[in-house]
Ligand binder design. Sequence first.
Ligand SMILES: [Zn+2]
Length: 220
Amino acid sequence: MMAYLVFLGPPGAGKGTYAKRIQEITGIPHISTGDIFREIVKKENDELGKKIKEIMERGELVPDELVNEVVKRRLSEKDCEKGFILDGYPRTVAQAQFLEDFLDSQEKKITAAILFEVPEEVVVQRLTSRRICPKCGRIYNLLSLPPKEDELCDDCKVKLIQRDDDKEETVRHRYKVYLEKTEPVIEYYENKGLLKRVDGTIGIDNVVSKVLEIIRWSGK
Ligand SMILES: [Zn+2]
């Protein structure tokens, strides 16, 4: 199985979870730009990484052309011969255009851009239920992945905490920002007939089945 996929959806939609499952089933690699950036700034002798680190440390947004360069480099690695599942990219129309040109140059094209639709209230419920162990960093969810004992880490037995990122006000803000920023990218793929909408509230197994269906159907 081979596919060039873009995953779109709000924070808390579960994009990373779905991508990992699809990777396990199909071998198509999950490319998370968040992970790539965390990796690249850790490397000592990477010129591109150094540049990006400086920008991030100044608290500025990494410009499109650098993000594009990082993604291009990653997509040129050998495991991407089977395709890829992009998670966290493209975030702008300029990035989407770059991705298309890059694939064109290799005589490839996007199989589908899959939009996981999850209403704001569901996102708020999911993310505000998230708790983390302050000692070992293990992540729980009071709804879907609760600790054995009430709000205590299974391993450390210390009280779980909520990160600022997962507080209701922040979650609602992130959702709003997501809608504003992603709308043009959604439109871009819709205009090209590549957008597939998947209901992100039907449970992980059902969502994964839908995505597999899309891959099979689009591959023909
Ligand atoms: Zn712990």
